[in-house]
Ligand binder design. Structure first.
Ligand SMILES: *Cc1c(COP(=O)(O)O)cnc(C)c1O
Length: 224
């Protein structure tokens, strides 16, 4: 499979799952394992949203590509060290991994505009996963009011790596329920209209459960 046929397969699967629930999810191409060449290839196919999980890598790729492709939309999807915030803020449009107040404080202090952030939630409760426990999400968001440059656009989760569809469905619908709880609060700084969930292993299921952003790496970039 070439990048081109991977891209057709993934975008087709996304449209089929999305049509069934009447949504139009945004594909974020996760390019953390590949070089800028692959980003260029995907760009030529029409992809504009790209996700990276390391501050140094996203900065380096941005520097290589920015002049030729100023309309690339960059998503930071990995765990973010506070001291790296200033390096990525100039060009990043979305941060998917807000999980602590110290990080919100640094983003808000360093940003010269409002940054769209997803709160990362550890829905499955696995020790290896980052993110807030579901019970803490609303009270965490309440505390973000003072950080003027943070807009909570939605919630993000990573599901366990499993082939058990029911387990995956459960994780994704739990995130949707937490989203509904947040929306009920009517926090001006947290419209929380979006759900970032679904990776190569599970994005059709995530879309069925209401994903509006899917983060797909392996299935897009693996050439076999
Ligand atoms: C790597 C990564 C992805 C993409 O995972 P694939 O299984 O390669 O599709 C999505 N989200 C996050 C946070 C990641 O780190």
């Amino acid at each position: 499979m070439s990048i081109k046929s991977n891209f057709s397969a993934v975008t087709h699967k996304i449209s089929v799952s999305a049509a069934a629930v009447g949504t139009n999810p945004q594909l974020v191409a996760v390019t953390k394992t590949v070089s800028s060449d692959v980003i260029e290839e995907l760009y030529a196919l029409g992809q504009r949203h790209f996700g990276e999980n390391r501050a140094d890598a996203i900065s380096a790729k941005h520097d290589v590509l920015n002049e030729r492709y100023p309309d690339i939309v960059w998503h930071f999807i990995g765990s973010l060290q506070t001291r790296k915030v200033k390096d990525i803020l100039p060009f990043v449009s979305y941060i998917h991994s807000l999980d602590r107040l110290s990080l919100a404080k640094e983003i808000s202090k360093r940003a010269d505009r409002v940054i769209d952030c997803f709160i990362e939630v550890n829905v499955s409760g696995e020790d290896s996963k980052h993110g807030l426990v579901p019970e803490d999400v609303v009270s965490f968001i309440e505390k973000l009011q003072e950080y003027q440059n943070i807009n909570i656009i939605g919630l993000m989760t990573m599901a366990p790596f499993t082939s058990n569809d029911d387990e995956l469905k459960n994780v994704f619908s739990n995130l949707k329920t937490i989203q509904e709880d947040v929306i009920k609060q009517n926090f001006e700084w947290a419209p929380c209209t979006e759900l970032s969930m679904g990776m190569s292993n599970d994005y059709p299921i995530a879309i069925s459960a209401g994903a509006t952003f899917v983060r797909v790496g392996t299935e897009l970039v693996t050439e076999i």
